[in-house]
Each structure stands twice: as structure tokens, then as C-alpha cells.
Design a protein around this ligand. Structure first.
Ligand code: HEC
Ligand code: HEC
Length: 416
């Protein structure tokens, strides 16, 4: 099936569908199209329309030449075959508890007798947004988004959880971990969206303590494998690529996603509708389960509805002149102080992730500055420890502002 698609890609690679990078620096004052609102009938189109899903995918992957895009284009929403033929993952899940860890440690199989399905509305196409948003919150917390051998290993070793940043709540459950049956019917441990994106138990907040790189390294060391590159991710960072080089990126907050024009630090996915999010989560799930199963689409629509609604904005005080003059052309006050893509060489940052051979676009996305004071460390790679350091290093590129201006900016950033 991939064969029919690939020759086309070489040609498209020469002409990305939309010249976004060129537009990015000539930022306009108008606010971005939001993905927060679904178009009338969009749920039905996503849930029942393969051609619509394909259109959404092709629109999202504005750099079809990249390997990340190619692997999705060769497998998702094809006229026949591809990932549509995968078995749908069982929707039954249960929280992973300390007691489960103890049974794993004793070499027992995990139980599933307490597992629950999701409350999918009877007529999903016509269900109101609020119903989907509530279901999406549950999916965010309970659906296993990926499964890994090292996670199964780690789950049975609670003594290692503190150093990996896995936390146990008062009810004895581990945030972000669930039990589920995989495509082969094996009961194992899955990592949910909340595992990475619910720091301090706030859904949508990037977890800045979670150190999955450490977890992988401990697993590798226990198996006598080479751990040189594995330990370098650091807390709050994950390498989402399959390349050999180590490019960990900060786990982002999701509070601005409903208004984002692009997803991921390098903006490899262009967002034009809520369906874009649903398709991205669907493909993320399939890849997270090694192309062995696909998720129930109604759950993906619910997840997209929930994520688009995260982060209602509170009022902001007057924007200081120095911000308007030096920052607002990228950090647009009308877009939660975020924006489009900026070529990496316009910034004093490591360009490695922007140039990643798998999904680099040459650019970085302008992140929202809402809630920024609580988000240290900063930038796509978490390389700046705090806001004064970021401004002292010269941001966007090189030229450091006078101390009085920096102090005024810091005061303002702390109010966002
Ligand atoms: C293993 C940790 C992890 C898990 C689990 C995870 N994410 Fe992420 N997520 C990340 C990282 C890291 C990025 C940044 C990726 C990049 O820049 O390439 C990201 C990016 C995103 C983005 C783009 C945000 C932006 O500002 O561009 C969205 C939306 C998102 N994740 C939603 C989800 C949802 C929904 C789930 C559950 C289906 C999920 N994530 C599961 C780590 C994770
Ligand atoms: C040319 C566009 C541009 C301008 C102008 C700009 N920024 Fe940024 N800013 C970016 C981009 C792109 C990033 C993300 C870089 C990365 O992820 O490595 C960023 C990141 C940041 C961050 C880190 C946010 C986080 O959560 O990690 C802060 C804080 C910030 N900018 C503040 C400012 C301030 C204050 C000004 C004005 C002095 C400013 N920026 C001017 C493009 C810009």
C-alpha cells in the first residue's frame, strides 16, 4: 500500500502545501483560526468519513517529505488497507495501584476483573460538546496511549518510582498508569495522556518531574544494555523520535492547543480543525501500540473535544510597551501570547530539534506565555532554568535588553 503513495511524496516535498514559514515572520495582527469550535456535522464526518479523515491528515502534514509524515501518509485513512484494518483496542481499563505493583513483583498476572469501559453516548454523532468533553476527560486520564516493555518492568518496582517521578495518590493509584489488555489479550501496563500532561494533578499541565528517560535507562542497565544516551533526557523531557540521536523535548502544557495553528515544538502538524487533533491522537495511539491496534474513534473525538477546551483565559492587565515593541510580533496577546512558527536561526536556541531528520521543520513554534512563570525550565528543550536567565541570554536572538526593560518584562510575565 505504501508503494502507491511514496512516489507522490517526492514531488510534494518540493512544494509544501502552504508557505507557512514565510508567513510566520510577517505576523499579522488578526487572531488565528481556533480549533476550539467544531464545524456543524464535523463529529459525523470524522467518525464515519474515511475520505474526510484522509483530507484532514494530508492538510495537517504540511511537510509531507518528512519521515514522520510519510509513515502516516502511507498507512492512515487509505481507500483500502492500512491502519483501518487494525483491531480496535479493548476499551476496558483500570487504575494501576501499589497492590498491582506487588502482584507484578510476585510474578503474578495483573487482574482485570475491576476494569471499566468508557461511557460512550448512544448516538455519538449528535451528542453535545459537553458530553464529549466529559468523556474526553476520562479518556485523558484512563486510556492507555502507549505501552512499553520498560514500563511493564518499572511498574513492578515501586522503589524506583520516586527517582522516575511517578507519584502515588491518596487512593494508592499511580498517576498516568493503567491496566489494560493489549491486542494479543495480554494484560499489561499502559501510560495515559495524564501520565505526561497532568503535572501537579492539573489536566493539561506538562509534568516537569517525570523522568521517563531515567526509567528507560534503569531498565536498560538491568538488562545489561548500553545506557550512554538514555540517561540524558532529564525530568520533564521526552525524546518522541525514533532516531538514534538524542533530542529530548519538554512535555508541553496543553492549555493553548484549542487556538494553536501547529502542534509540537517544531510545528510538524498544522491544525485546521478539531478533526486534526482527533486524527493526531488516533495516529499517536496506533504508533504507541506498535501498529497492533487502533483506538475507538469516538474516544478520540472526545479527547480532541476535551483538549481543545483546556485553559480558559483569565483577564490580563495592561501590556507594557516594551512587550508590545519587542515581543508581541511573535507572542500575540490575542492568541494567549503564543503564535506561529519562527525559523530556528532567529532564536538563541539549540537548532537540533528543529532540524531533526524525522520531524524537524527548521522552525520552532512560539509557545503561549499564559502561566509561564510556573513553567521552568524554559524553551523546547528546557535549556533555560528560569525567566531572568532566558532574557539575559538574549531572546529572541542575541540582543539583550537593558536591565530596566527586563525587570518590567519579568513583572509582566509573572502576571500571565
Ligand atoms: C510520554 C509522554 C507523553 C504522553 C504519554 C503523551 N504526550 Fe503529548 N506530548 C509529549 C511531548 C514530549 C510533546 C512534544 C512533542 C514534540 O514537540 O515533538 C507532546 C505534545 C503534545 C501535543 C502538542 C502540544 C503543542 O503545544 O504543540 C498535544 C496536543 C499532546 N501532546 C496531547 C497528548 C494527548 C491527548 C495524549 C494522550 C493521547 C498525549 N499527548 C500523551 C509527551 C507525551
Ligand atoms: C521572533 C519571534 C519571537 C520574539 C520577538 C520573542 N519570542 Fe519568545 N519565543 C519565541 C519562540 C519561537 C519560542 C520557543 C523557542 C523554543 O521552544 O526553543 C519562544 C519562547 C519564549 C519563552 C519560553 C516559554 C516556555 O514556556 O518555554 C519566553 C518566556 C519568551 N519566549 C518570552 C519572550 C519575551 C519576553 C519576548 C520579548 C522580549 C519574546 N519572547 C520575544 C519567539 C519569539
Amino acid at each position: 500500500m505504501a508503494r502507491g503513495v511514496l512516489p507522490l511524496l517526492g514531488m510534494r516535498a518540493l512544494a509544501p502545501r502552504r508557505p507557512l514559514l514565510l508567513a510566520a515572520l510577517a505576523l499579522s495582527a488578526c487572531s488565528a483560526p481556533g480549533s476550539r469550535e467544531a464545524a456543524p456535522g464535523e463529529a459525523t464526518r470524522y467518525l464515519t468519513g474515511r475520505a474526510w479523515r484522509r483530507e484532514v491528515l494530508e492538510d495537517a502534514l504540511w511537510r509531507p517529505d518528512l519521515p514522520y509524515s510519510r509513515s502516516l501518509l502511507s498507512a492512515y485513512a487509505l481507500p483500502e488497507g492500512g491502519w483501518d484494518l487494525l483491531p480496535v483496542q479493548s476499551p476496558l481499563t483500570a487504575p494501576f495501584t501499589r497492590a498491582d505493583a506487588e502482584s507484578l513483583a510476585r510474578g503474578e498476572a495483573l487482574r482485570m476483573d475491576d476494569a471499566r469501559a468508557f461511557g460512550v453516548p448512544a448516538e455519538p454523532e449528535t451528542a453535545p460538546d459537553a458530553t464529549f468533553a466529559a468523556l474526553g476527560a476520562e479518556v485523558f486520564a484512563r486510556l492507555p496511549m502507549r505501552a512499553d516493555a520498560w514500563l511493564d518492568w518499572l511498574a513492578g518496582r515501586p522503589e524506583l518510582w520516586p527517582e522516575v517521578g511517578l507519584s502515588v495518590n491518596a487512593a494508592g493509584t499511580v498517576r498516568g498508569l493503567v491496566r489494560f489488555a493489549d491486542a494479543e489479550g495480554r494484560v499489561r501496563v499502559g501510560l495515559t495522556c495524564a501520565g505526561c500532561h497532568a503535572g501537579d494533578d492539573v489536566p493539561g499541565r506538562g509534568d516537569r518531574r517525570l523522568d521517563l528517560g531515567r526509567g528507560r535507562a534503569l531498565y536498560a542497565a538491568a538488562r545489561g544494555l548500553d545506557t550512554d544516551t538514555l540517561e540524558t533526557w532529564g525530568p520533564g523531557r521526552v525524546d518522541v523520535t525514533d532516531t538514534d540521536s538524542d533530542d529530548p523535548t519538554a512535555i508541553p502544557d496543553l492549555f493553548h492547543v484549542g487556538r494553536a495553528t501547529h502542534l509540537n515544538h517544531s510545528g510538524v502538524v498544522q491544525v485546521s480543525s478539531r478533526s486534526t487533533l482527533a486524527v493526531r491522537f488516533e495516529t499517536q495511539f496506533v504508533q504507541g501500540h506498535r501498529m497492533r491496534s487502533r483506538p475507538e474513534r469516538r474516544l478520540m473525538w472526545a479527547l480532541a473535544t476535551f483538549v481543545s477546551g483546556l485553559g480558559e483565559d483569565s483577564a490580563v492587565g495592561p501590556v507594557p510597551t516594551v512587550f508590545t515593541e519587542r515581543c508581541a510580533r511573535c507572542h500575540d496577546p490575542a492568541r494567549a501570547f503564543g503564535g506561529d512558527l519562527v525559523p530556528a536561526d532567529a532564536l538563541a536556541v539549540d537548532p537540533a530539534v528543529a532540524q531533526d531528520p524525522e520531524r524537524g521543520t527548521g522552525a520552532y513554534k512560539v509557545p503561549t506565555l499564559r502561566g509561564v512563570s510556573g513553567n521552568a525550565p524554559y524553551l523546547h528543550d528546557g535549556s533555560q532554568p528560569d525567566l531572568p536567565a532566558l532574557l539575559e541570554a538574549g531572546h529572541p536572538r542575541g540582543d539583550v535588553l537593558p536591565a530596566a526593560d527586563r525587570a518590567e518584562l519579568l513583572r509582566f510575565l509573572n502576571t500571565l
